[in-house]
Ligand binder design. Structure first.
Ligand SMILES: Cc1ncc(COP(=O)(O)O)c(C=O)c1O
Length: 359
């Protein structure tokens, strides 16, 4: 296949400046990035170029109206010949769905995967090798017309940047604590909750700050109409093991359709669990805990894969789940998904996209 991209390599790598044993999430970036511009109703030829600043005009549309989408995915070191991208096809499909909601022109999977393969090959040495570490990949598109009118931009910039990230669980699993928010909601029916768009996150910061001041890790979002059905957490979806049934809030339009959520559901079905994607109220969870039926609660997301939940508070009531450790089923999901990601377990569902490399 002939390349659709122009490639401009760095002359000297910055990798020596980075302490690969002490990586802070999203602070240091690999040598190269991808860039592609949209104008006159078409995406231009994409470029791989040295990572670096982009010049912006103060009238840049996205700075004022937030027309922007992004993705968050990972690549994993397998051995000196292979790095695995995890489910790039479904990440790209979600990227395009987010674009549609935000009136941003869609992009092709061919360009996306070619850009990723070139970036991974060029920056293979940046993929940390230890179990638990990964290369975090951030594709994003923003409106870049220099025009102060509140309307759809005519031009866009599409970038992919990559950041080596350390082990999420350095000291073992720390269960997170969650609280519902009495005052705020994350998303409304018909709104943008289903899209991975910048404004959703900006809007969640104040309630998250309040939750942290009250001693909780994150907000457990409830629906905007009845304020009782559970939707998701800041950057993860949520799962409840009630009896032997795995219950997950359904994708109602205001919940982000997590790729890890989907992986958990596929595995649970494969393992013979009854899986229910349905409305689940906070009262049902509190009651299941009181009745002794709530066995495990855990979040799922690209960053941590699986995050055990140890405590949930709602309207002055608080429940504790498990004994502060990761539950058995959550651990099984964690070990299986990461085992597949690092190429150590059979990729039964064809989730990984191997990239061959020579470091
Ligand atoms: C709001 C929100 N929900 C859920 C998730 C989990 O999605 P995924 O498993 O695709 O990372 C994320 C992270 O991307 C998120 O930002």
């Amino acid at each position: 296949m002939t390349s659709m991209l122009q490639v401009d390599k760095v002359t000297t790598s910055r990798i020596q400046e980075v302490d690969m044993n002490n990586l802070d999430f999203g602070r240091c970036f690999t040598d190269h990035m991808f860039e592609m511009q949209y104008a006159h109703n078409t995406w231009k030829t994409g470029q791989i170029k040295p990572f670096g600043p982009i010049e912006i005009n103060p009238a840049l549309n996205v700075l004022h109206y937030g027309q922007a989408v992004f993705e968050g995915m990972k690549a994993f070191y397998v051995d000196e010949k292979q790095i695995n991208l995890f489910r790039p096809d479904v990440h790209h499909a979600r990227f395009n769905r987010s674009c549609r909601r935000m009136c941003i022109p869609e992009t092709s999977y061919e360009v996306f995967i070619e850009a990723l393969e070139i970036l991974i090959r060029l920056d293979a040495a940046w993929v940390p090798k230890k179990r638990g570490t990964a290369l975090y990949i951030r594709p994003f598109i923003f409106a870049n017309e220099n025009y102060l009118a509140a309307r759809v931009s005519a031009t866009y910039a599409y970038h992919i940047i990559m950041s080596p990230v350390g082990a999420y669980y350095g000291e073992g699993f720390n269960p997170v604590s969650l609280t519902t928010s009495p005052d705020f909601v994350r998303a409304v029916p018909g709104g943008t909750g289903e899209a991975k768009t910048a404004g959703n996150y900006a809007a969640s910061f104040l309630p998250a700050q309040q939750a942290q001041q009250d001693g909780f890790t994150q907000v457990l979002w409830l629906d905007a109409i009845d304020h009782k059905y559970i939707e998701e957490v800041g950057t993860m979806n949520i799962h409840f093991l009630i009896g032997d049934t795995l219950v997950t809030p359904s994708l109602t339009g205001s919940v982000l359709s997590g790729i890890t959520r989907d992986s958990v559901i596929q595995l649970a079905k494969e393992w013979g669990y009854e899986v229910q994607e349905r409305k689940i109220s906070i009262d049902e969870v509190m009651q299941a805990s009181a009745d002794g039926h709530l066995k495990e609660v855990f979040g799922s997301g690209t960053a941590a894969v699986i995050s055990p939940v140890g405590r949930i508070a709602h309207k002055g009531q608080e429940i504790t789940i498990g004994d502060g450790k990761i539950g058995q089923l959550a651990e099984r999901f964690h070990n299986t998904i990461t085992g597949i990601q690092y190429g150590q377990l059979d990729d039964y569902f064809d989730w990984t996209h191997p990239v061959s490399i020579h470091i």
